[in-house]
Write a protein that binds this ligand. Structure first.
Ligand SMILES: [Zn+2]
Length: 642
């Protein structure tokens, strides 16, 4: 997902199923029936030799070819597969760890074909054999290099074999780490397989691992952990190391990270910029996270200056409000020589600019800020960090059609808050930018087209951006080889036709199968076109290990609160038309849904990997039905009836 990857790749709708096709094995012809041609079966997924990160079962799919109208049946390791008349098949089969082979048998009209596919199933819960290093290097925390303050506490941990003594050392300070049970959580199952057992730190899982390890001199892995207090450090820094001792072995010393001690009397300041290559193809914002590598906390405009602190590997800590820290990629935070950014504000102005009502804060510094949206009643909270109020004037105009009220407060030291109340019944979007160092936050008026619709269709004059997902990447691939990018385009072109027929102005982000657009090129295009609504068309896939027979159907995804009513309206109209299960309306962190300027949703109409759904996605009728559902959902939303 370009710069600022998703919180979890497993959550990604762009989850890409690899497309290695497989060689067909043997063909046998049964006695007594006249074959009508060669029968072959292939495995589309998983690819040969790939690691399947599932704990006990996973899906496998492909196509049987040459049945020629005779019903075909397919089994995988003896488990019956679902077979579509079009040839696509799908099975959910138990797995064994290590090297594992799917044996696929197809029969049709007395003929038989077979294919084999061998993959690797890792054993995350089991310790290594005694003759290998008894720890997992990639589980060592923290990741360096580290820059810390004296008085910090570092959580140090490593996954290793049981029965060891593990000591963390920083300078002369030893800390014996305490063994804790470790479990392997399958993120995909955790998210999607809600009513299934999730592999985690459960006694049953540990019992199973212990039993399986018996007689092999290795037990389930253990996580050794401890909190290391950082004493006043030396000027030259130190090395954090782990000392691992087993019975009768000489100690193994593993360097973990170089540690540099920060001088607390020196204030460090960074300027943020995500477009380090100067391509202009980013969203112009730096993602600030709750913890190194974890969830999104704020999106900060390029050019923001902010006080910085610790370093943890490739992440730099920044200070927002008092006690509010976040972490940004170290490559997007450039240290400058400057005092900590802070400012006082004396006046708040508002103005109306071409369909937007804007609040202008005349600041002298590009301070970090956050905007939060409320739906009922519609309004926004704007918080600026490093700012002190000296506000004696707030200028608003009675001719402003949207901004009803502006109130300021100082809820914490150097946190300035504005509460902006809006007229009207819903929020259409917001934007933020800087005019020099002045901060501008704009709130969008309802589309003009909605003002007078007495003799027009609901959609008349609305500018709707339709985004056929994927390309140049194909997206998910179905059992018989249908690429998601092509299915998405077919639906999107039909949707564009329907919307135009009903009076909307449609902007397609791509209209051909071979166009190559990045995610932010799609959203930048939508914003530049002045779109009123944004709909991205996709079809879904699952991560390894999730049962596709239980977890499939139609879903619509949103990110900002303003988009949720649109998502619900589309889901309500789409479900009866896809005829599939309700897979839900999801909050999900997606690049194309993150833009704030308009309600933006992502539709996951059907599942590529389900043979019957893939077969229907190939037909013009089904694509038309999906497009009709999305169009009806947009109308329902515009009509104020989500
Ligand atoms: Zn997709």
């Amino acid at each position: 997902m370009g710069r600022g990857p998703l919180a979890s790749k497993l959550l990604s709708v762009t989850f890409l199923l690899a497309l290695v096709s497989c060689a067909v094995r043997t063909v046998h012809e049964g006695p007594g029936l006249q074959p009508t041609g060669e029968l072959t079966v292939d495995v589309r997924y998983p690819p040969a030799g790939s690691a399947v990160t599932a704990t006990d079962s996973t899906f496998v799919f492909g196509a049987v070819v040459g049945a020629s109208g005779v019903p075909a049946s397919v089994s995988v390791n003896g488990v019956a597969a679902e077979v579509d008349p079009g040839g696509g098949w799908l099975a959910f089969v138990p797995l064994d760890p290590d090297s594992f082979t799917f044996v696929v048998e197809a029969t049709a009209g007395g003929r038989r074909a077979e294919a084999r596919r061998t993959v690797w199933v890792p054993r995350p819960l089991f310790a290594a054999a005694a003759d290998t290093l008894p720890y997992k290097p990639d589980t060592i925390e923290p990741r360096g290099p580290l820059e810390v303050y004296a008085g910090d506490t570092l959580r140090v941990s490593v996954v290793a074999a049981p029965g060891l003594t593990v000591t963390a050392r920083l300078g002369d300070e030893p800390l014996t780490l305490v063994p804790r049970p470790v479990g392997e959580v399958n993120r995909g199952r955790q998210v999607w397989g809600s009513e299934e057992t999730v592999e985690g730190v459960t006694p049953a899982v540990l019992d199973r691992a212990t039993a399986a390890a018996q007689g092999s001199a290795v037990g389930p892995w253990v996580r050794y952990a401890g909190d290391l207090y950082v004493q006043l450090g030396g000027e030259l820094g130190d090395t954090l190391a782990l000392e691992i001792v087993g019975a009768g072995d000489s100690p193994l010393v593993v360097p973990v990270a170089s540690v540099t001690y920060l001088d607390p009397t020196v204030v460090r300041v960074v300027v943020l910029d995500d477009d380090t290559a100067g391509t202009g193809a980013t969203d112009g914002r730096v993602v600030a996270r709750t913890w190194p590598g974890l969830g999104y906390q704020a999106l900060l405009l390029n050019g923001t200056t902010v006080a910085a602190g610790r370093r943890a590997g490739s992440w730099r800590e920044i200070a927002l409000g008092p006690g509010t820290r976040a972490w940004v990629p170290i490559g997007e935070a450039f240290q400058i020589r400057a005092p900590a950014p802070r400012d006082a504000v004396a006046v708040v102005r508002t103005r109306v600019v071409d369909g937007w009502s804007e609040v202008v804060l005349p600041l002298a510094e590009p301070l970090p800020f956050g905007v939060e949206q409320r739906l009922a009643p519609p309004g926004y909270t704007v918080e600026v960090y490093g700012l002190v109020s000296n506000v004696d004037w707030i200028e608003t105009s009675i001719s402003d059609p949207l901004i009803e009220s502006v109130r300021w407060s100082q809820p914490a030291d150097r946190v300035f808050r504005l509460e902006v109340g809006l007229a009207g019944d819903r929020a259409w979007g917001w934007r933020s930018y800087r005019e020099g160092t002045h901060l501008v936050v704009g709130f969008r008026h309802a589309p003009k087209a909605l003002a007078d619709r007495r003799f027009r269709s609901l959609l008349h004059g609305l500018k709707i951006v339709v985004d056929p997902g994927h390309s140049p990447d194909p997206g998910a691939i179905g059992p018989t080889g249908l690429a998601e990018a092509d299915a998405n385009l077919g639906i999107a072109l039909e949707l564009a036709r329907i919307l135009e027929e009903r009076g909307a102005e449609v902007v397609l982000t791509r209209a051909t199968p071979d166009s190559g657009l990045g995610l932010y090129e799609r959203t930048n295009l939508a914003v530049e076109a002045g779109g009123d609504l944004f709909v991205s068309i996709h079809n879904n896939a699952l991560p390894d290990g999730v049962n596709p027979f239980r977890h499939n159907g139609t879903s619509v995804l949103w990110y900002h609160p303003q988009s949720e009513p649109l998502a619900r309206a589309i889901q309500a109209e789409l479900l009866p038309r896809t005829g599939l299960a309700d897979h839900g309306v999801w909050y999900q962190n997606l690049a194309v849904a993150r833009m704030t300027e308009m309600p933006a949703v992502l539709v996951e109409a059907a599942f590529m990997m389900i043979p019957g759904q893939e077969a229907r996605l190939k037909t013009a009728a089904y694509r038309r039905a999906i497009a009709g559902g999305v169009a009806a959902g947009i109308e329902r939303y515009v009509d104020g009836n989500p």
